[in-house]
Design a protein around this ligand. Structure first.
Ligand SMILES: Cc1cc2nc3c(=O)[nH]c(=O)nc-3n(C[C@H](O)[C@H](O)[C@H](O)COP(=O)(O)OP(=O)(O)OC[C@H]3O[C@@H](n4cnc5c(N)ncnc54)[C@H](O)[C@@H]3O)c2cc1C
Length: 222
């Protein structure tokens, strides 16, 4: 089994993993960042709404490649169709291209010195004397062992790292979502994000319509 060694192994190149990898690499340690998909950012499981503060926190700028649509207000519909509008002169929101956003974050991690391995799926952590000392991963039909002083489990809600390390889940339940990218639309107000509440449209949660342009919207229920 091929053996790799690093200081920090980060599992999952979503926003959390790429930002953790970047921060560690910027401090001069050897980082390996692994991502199960062949391409960072895809598939997209997200409504793609992000405020300007979200960009600032991520250390990115709202470039035309990442931003699909600028949003000036959020409208929250009650079951009786009355709505509340949330807006502010110092608030800017966006519907982004989440795949481009995630890719940009992973590129920053690589620029900082992290080694990115896509198409590499962690199957579990390695433990020595009860202490996590690395991860085992599948990559291109072979099994790879990555020894690390620190393992960061940034592999999302169903985290393999968390489960194999024997850690519990802090959130009580998981809500199933349905999400679609609808095209060929003719939206009157593409600069408005909509939330729809009520037991008929979205029992226990909400439905969203986040325009990506006048013709395209990210629409979902969760
Ligand atoms: C339907 C939906 C809509 C959402 N809408 C919004 C929104 O509009 N705005 C917003 O800010 N947030 C939204 N969120 C939340 C947002 O997507 C998450 O908060 C964010 O993705 C969490 O980032 P993360 O890096 O922790 O995990 P993730 O983005 O889930 O990244 C985890 C990464 O780990 C990889 N991975 C998983 N398992 C392994 C493994 N075993 N080995 C290697 N790699 C692995 C995955 O492929 C993925 O790239 C939404 C979430 C959902 C589900």
């Amino acid at each position: 089994m091929p053996l790799l060694r690093c200081d920090v192994a980060v599992v999952g190149a979503g926003p959390a993993g790429s930002m953790a990898a970047r921060a560690a690499a910027e401090h001069g340690v050897h980082v390996i960042l692994i991502e199960e998909h062949p391409e960072v950012g895809r598939p997209v499981y997200c409504a793609e709404g992000l405020s300007l503060n979200g960009f600032v926190d991520a250390g990115l700028k709202p470039t035309p490649e990442i931003v699909s649509q600028e949003i000036v207000k959020v409208r929250v519909y009650a079951p009786n169709k009355r709505y509340l509008e949330l807006t502010s002169s110092d608030w800017v929101g966006y519907t982004i291209n989440r795949d481009v956003f995630d890719r940009a974050l992973s590129e920053r991690a690589v620029e900082a010195g992290a080694e990115l391995m896509t198409g590499t799926r962690a199957t579990g952590v390695v433990k020595e004397g009860g202490v996590v000392s690395g991860v085992v991963a599948h990559r291109g039909g072979e099994t790879v062992r990555i020894e690390a002083k620190v393992v960061v489990g940034a592999d999302g809600y169903a985290s393999t790292v968390r489960k194999s390390a024997g850690l519990g889940r802090w959130y009580p339940d998981i809500v199933t979502c349905a999400q679609f990218k609808l095209g060929d639309l003719s939206l009157d107000e593409p600069e408005v994000n909509e939330f729809h509440l009520g037991s008929k449209v979205a029992p226990g949660a909400y439905a969203w319509v986040f325009p990506k342009s006048q013709e395209v919207a990210n629409v979902g229920l969760g």
